[in-house]
Design a binder for this molecule. Structure first.
Ligand SMILES: NC(=O)C1=CN([C@@H]2O[C@H](COP(=O)(O)OP(=O)(O)OC[C@H]3O[C@@H](n4cnc5c(N)ncnc54)[C@H](OP(=O)(O)O)[C@@H]3O)[C@@H](O)[C@H]2O)C=CC1
Ligand SMILES: O=C(O)[C@@H]1CCC=N1
Length: 269
């Protein structure tokens, strides 16, 4: 198997590290290139034993998959590198938020099968939720799903649903991290020093995550188990509701999904 990543940043590295650690590919199956950060990808070569090259012809020769893992704004430059050497057998897989299959097809001037995936950086710990949608001619889907399930779970969606998946799970863990960050800062307002606030929040989050993983209970039941009638939790939850937490989250998710739609506006439409 030959899998070539154009882009070796946060998302790409979470994917290839996830794949390698879960032994669905050998390090020698992975080929990396970037724009200019040679030091960074040489680190992966030394640490993981993957291949690194800036020679597009060599990279794309006999490739099974090419993974488009740059920012959407860098895609025209990436497409220029790939276009001359893309072979008919190579399946194209994009992780770019917003960029449509038809845009990828046009920029690469190719009829090759194309899939879009929307993973998240939890791929590194095998817990990515991967949205996936395919071009009609992407018929050999099982192999790609197997590769992706090495670093998470996969949900097949229509391409128009990608905006919501991008908001919900692509960006989703950043929203949760931000809440943890604000929680720690609020503990400091309460009087804990920074070290204590980080320690308490970190362990709270790890413990809550393990409860979610191990318990059969719903979020709501887990919460109710902590909430005594007229107790401290109830007082806190009432305050949280009063501030409109759900409304804040809906606004957050809508903003992310709308940005994905904006990114998908094809210049040629
Ligand atoms: N981060 C996340 O949680 C998620 C990101 N995504 C998507 O993944 C994509 C990448 O995001 P992220 O990893 O965070 O971004 P990063 O900035 O961390 O990585 C971008 C990578 O693209 C490379 N690149 C840029 N231009 C070129 C080029 N012309 N040829 C080859 N490589 C190039 C960069 O190289 P260099 O370092 O040399 O500039 C870098 O390795 C985005 O499209 C994003 O929408 C999707 C889901 C989640
Ligand atoms: O912020 C972004 O645009 C990308 C897509 C989902 C997560 N990160």
């Amino acid at each position: 198997m030959k899998i070539v990543f154009y882009g070796a940043g946060n998302m790409a590295s979470a994917i290839f590290i996830g794949m390698i650690e879960n032994r669905v590919v050998e390090p020698s199956d992975i080929y990396l290139t970037s724009r200019s950060m040679q030091e960074k990808i040489m680190f992966f070569k030394e640490k993981l034993g993957v291949n690194v090259s800036y020679d597009d012809q060599e990279l794309l020769k006999d490739a099974d998959y090419v993974i488009l893992a740059s920012k959407p704004q860098s895609f025209p430059a990436v497409a220029e590198r790939i276009r001359p050497y893309l072979e008919p057998k190579t399946k194209v897989v994009s992780v770019m938020a917003g960029t449509q299959i038809k845009t990828i097809r046009r920029e690469l001037k190719t009829e090759n099968p194309i899939a879009r995936i929307m993973p998240n950086t939890n791929a590194m710990v095998r817990h990515s939720v991967n949205g996936i949608s395919y071009s009609e001619n992407f018929t050999d889907r099982d192999e790609l799903i197997e590769l992706m399930e090495s670093f998470g779970t996969t949900v097949t969606v229509g391409e128009d649903e990608m905006h919501n998946i991008t908001a919900a799970t692509g960006s989703g863990s950043a929203f949760l991290y931000y809440i943890y960050e604000m929680y720690a800062e609020s503990l400091m307002e309460l009087g804990f020093d920074e070290e204590e606030a980080m320690f308490l929040t970190r362990n709270l989050v790890i413990g809550a995550g393990k409860m979610v993983e191990d318990s059969e209970l719903s979020f709501s039941d887990l919460r109710k188990n902590i909430t005594s009638k007229h107790g401290t939790t109830e007082a806190g939850l009432n305050a949280l509701d009063g501030e409109g937490l759900k409304k804040i989250l809906i606004t957050t998710l809508n903003a992310a999904a709308s940005r994905s739609e904006e990114l998908s506006q094809d210049e040629e439409e």
